[in-house]
Write a protein that binds this ligand. Structure first.
Ligand code: GLY
Length: 429
């Protein structure tokens, strides 16, 4: 793979030179330029539309039909009762859904999208928007009520520090990392995910995504305690979340002595199914853990999950159904967010191993599918979101076949990683 990277850089340099010298558009990357230009316009229009209201775009409200939910879940409508099921207001359906507050788990993604769009293009207006929406989240640095503070603050303040460092930003990141560490139980060896629900100490596979904040803060502070907690969490998750085929349970709850209380799902089809985004969170999280630790057990896990994803996908364009065990029928929604998280993870994985070409090629296929008319919104549509067709929590009737801010976030991150590996910059496209 390292030779492959050098080759790509050489080709990219030549392509950049020839496109500059001839002023011809680079047709090989027309899809990429269109993807970035569309993303920028969607984000700019959304920023203008939201104005100075303290609102963070999340998705578009969708309704659902109970019989459809039961067909997807293969459950009997007479017995299907889920108290957490969302009940959207009829008039709201089709309108933009905003985060319920800055403490909504998705609050960091919209500012993060602006940061990535700024990174991709250098457009100053995007940076101004990114700063403004990031600042709304400042009080989250004092919050300890969920593991999602990793998502919320790393995607907003983490990108802010990378692209426009300031002491107050660094301090917010360190404080959030301390708060995330306060959710770590040394007997269990894990960070607690949720404070709601029926579980004693729930840990969800998604929690692997919060570890990047801890890795980042370890680098910022030169203090290994954050990284040690992250790696212990990853080890415990490796032991208990995975089945023999390397798919994962969504939720593993622990007793106080560290034994497993139960393994189940909250957002997948059923307890033993392979929820698409859960597999994506897993491959992304273990790739990060290998990057930071060089522990080959984590690398093997990332590769095994990648193989599972590539083998079990049922669609020609590789965008997965919302659960790998969902009915393979035309009405089954896909999950573009799982595809964008996977694309971003596999590009990184491809740079960490000798045999990375297969991961890079698969990520490229995902990115080209997501950048096609089937998923990439037309400018001025889709309530300003970039991608269509994600699924948030089908069993809970929430965000089914709709745009969602985190699909956009990992799509933009994947485009940025793709360009880095290829040695491309926006002006040469
Ligand atoms: N972390 C929640 C989700 O993936 O929907």
């Amino acid at each position: 793979m390292k030779r492959f990277l050098l080759f790509c850089c050489a080709v990219a340099t030549l392509q950049g030179f020839s496109s500059c010298s001839s002023s011809q558009p680079n047709t090989e990357y027309g899809w990429l330029k269109n993807a970035i230009d569309t993303s920028v316009q969607q984000l700019e229009e959304t920023v203008a539309d939201v104005g100075d209201s303290v609102l963070l775009p999340r998705s578009i409200w969708t309704g659902y039909d109970m019989d459809f939910l039961c067909r997807q879940l293969q459950r009997d409508p007479a017995t299907f009762k889920d108290s957490l099921r969302i009940k959207p207001v009829k008039d709201a359906i089709g309108t933009r859904r905003y985060c319920s507050s800055i403490y909504d788990w998705t609050s960091g993604f919209f500012p993060g999208n602006l940061w990535y769009a700024y990174q991709l293009t250098g457009i100053e207006g995007l940076k101004n928007g990114a700063v403004k929406f990031t600042n709304y989240l400042y009080p989250v640095k004092d919050y300890k009520g969920t593991h999602d503070i990793g998502f919320m603050m790393n995607c907003s303040y983490g990108n802010a520090y990378r692209l426009a460092p300031a002491d107050s930003v660094r301090q917010a990141l360190v404080q959030t990392a301390d708060n995330l560490c306060s959710r770590f139980d040394p007997t269990i060896g894990s960070i607690r995910s949720w404070d709601f629900g029926k579980w004693n100490f729930p840990v969800i596979i998604d929690n692997m995504m919060n570890l990047d904040l801890l890795f980042y803060v370890s680098h910022l502070t030169n203090d290994s305690k954050y990284k040690e907690i992250a790696l212990k969490h990853a080890e415990t998750t490796l032991k208990n979340h995975f089945r023999t085929d390397h798919s994962s349970y969504h939720v593993v709850s622990y007793n106080n002595d560290g034994s497993v209380e139960m393994k189940c799902t909250h957002q997948g089809k059923n307890d033993d199914s392979s929820w698409a985004r859960g597999q994506a969170w897993g491959v992304y999280g273990y790739t990060s853990c290998y990057r930071e630790s060089k522990d080959t057990a984590f690398l093997q896990q990332a590769k095994d999950i990648a193989t599972l994803i590539m083998t079990r996908v049922k669609t020609e364009d590789a965008i997965p159904l919302w659960d790998y065990d969902a009915p393979d029928s035309p009405e089954t929604p896909r999950d573009a967010s799982a595809a964008s998280v996977t694309a971003s993870a596999l590009i990184e994985l491809s740079t960490l191993v000798e045999d990375g070409q297969v991961y890079f090629d698969y990520a490229e296929k995902l990115l080209k599918s997501l950048s096609s008319d089937a998923y990439l919104a037309k400018v001025g549509t889709n309530q300003g979101f970039i991608l269509m067709h994600s699924t948030g929590s089908l069993p809970n009737g929430s965000e089914i076949d709709t745009p969602i801010n985190y699909a956009d976030y990992y799509y933009l991150e994947a485009l940025a990683r793709y360009m880095q590996v290829k040695g491309l910059d926006y002006k040469s496209l």
